[in-house]
Design a protein around this ligand. Structure first.
Ligand code: XIL
Length: 362
């Protein structure tokens, strides 16, 4: 397989030739100016030209997608993706399946890929109430025992990848939608101190990684976002290291919040950076042309909101093709949430992202 970086470099300096580019590029090759959606200007290239660190994607090497050559050939195209998040590989059940016993095989595969192609790596995640191994969920923890387990887990994973990760989702989804703390096993044994323990362990293990808390329904002005800002203020007042907030952004077509920018600015005012970490915009099936057009507008709106706030570092989609999206199995009756369809054809949503990064209006 030709290296994506080599292809990108070639395309950037040489006149386009049909032999060097996929068949879809021939139209661009015959016209003088590339269009918003030309092969040369992939989404990561456009994001970087717009001053962002990356446009990236989640990818799941715990599933068959990693044995699909067409999937991999697009995933490995730096022109399209400058950042990867392992959708599952670094989660607790995979990476520390037994107490104190780490298995980095799957995580390393993604980390190695990012290095091979010059991509940014986001670590995902440190402490989350889901995808925990049995030894964590079945133990009747006291505070001392769980504090030790959290500290060992976060130190172990962040330390292993030290120097290779741009940002870690150290704490994932700590809040309920009504703004109260999620009463998971961590909270029940340790109250909010598990967050302090995790963040401090992460900072000690990799002083250069940006430390994030990641959650959903905090992307817009509302009770849960206010609660997240209060949690951040509490951590800051205690001197706990916190650098950023991950805005998951699992949205519904036609229902993208209107207060994204205003909300993002509130995080900027706290001295934080942030990122769009898990973007997808699902529609109720069956899809229609109208829904695809609305989805294009919606992707534009989210990317444009990131562009309007300088401390928004980048945008990550929660996998890029409908073929492997988590949406249909999670939200009954919904799907088609990604910028590429299940046959790897770009949807209008792709154009919405490209147009936003180009600074054009839609
Ligand atoms: C999802 C994965 O995509 C699925 O494969 C897995 O079965 C469940 O988790 N918020 C998060 C992600 O922070 O880790 C979740 O990923 C999606 C919701």
């Amino acid at each position: 397989m030709q290296s994506a970086l080599a292809l990108f470099a070639l395309a950037a300096v040489a006149p386009l030739s049909a032999s060097a580019l996929p068949a879809t590029a021939t139209a661009a090759a015959s016209s003088a100016l590339p269009t918003a959606t030309s092969v040369v200007s992939g989404l990561n290239a456009l994001a970087r030209a717009a001053g962002k660190l990356y446009f990236g994607t989640a990818t799941d090497n715990t599933t068959p997608e990693f044995t699909d050559p067409t999937y991999l050939s697009i995933l490995e195209n730096y022109n399209q993706f400058g950042q990867l998040t392992p959708a599952n590989a670094m989660k607790w059940m995979y990476i520390e399946p037994e107490a104190g016993v780490f298995n980095f095989t799957l995580g390393n595969q993604i980390a190695d890929l990012t290095e091979e192609y010059g991509m940014v790596l986001r670590g995902h995640n440190g402490v989350w109430y889901e995808e925990l191994p049995g030894w964590v969920t079945s133990t009747d923890w006291n505070a001392t025992g769980l504090a030790y387990a959290v500290q060992r887990h976060v130190s172990g994973i962040v330390g292993h990848y030290a120097g290779r990760v741009y940002a870690w989702d150290v704490v994932n989804e700590p809040l309920n939608d009504n703004g109260t703390m999620r009463e998971d096993l961590f909270y029940n044994a340790l109250n909010t101190t598990y967050i302090n323990i995790a963040l401090e362990a992460a900072r000690a293990a990799d002083p250069n990684a940006k430390l994030y808390i990641n959650d959903y329904n905090i992307e817009y002005v509302g009770t849960k976002s206010t609660a997240m800002q209060n949690l951040i203020k509490q951590l800051q007042s205690e001197g706990v290291p916190i650098d950023g907030v991950g805005m998951e952004s699992h949205f519904i077509v036609g229902e993208v919040p209107t207060t994204l920018v205003e909300n993002f600015q509130a995080y900027e005012a706290l001295g934080l950076e942030f990122a769009i970490t898990e973007l997808d915009i699902r529609m109720e099936l069956p899809a229609t042309d109208e829904l695809y057009e609305q989805q294009k507008q919606d992707y534009y709106t989210v990317v444009d909101a990131c562009l309007q706030v300088s401390v928004c570092r980048g945008v990550t989609v929660w996998d890029w093709t409908d073929k492997y999206s988590w949406v249909p199995s999670t939200f009954a009756g919904y799907g088609d949430a990604c910028p590429w369809d299940a046959n790897y054809t770009r949807k209008p949503a792709y154009d919405g992202i490209a147009i936003a990064f180009e600074g054009q209006s839609i």
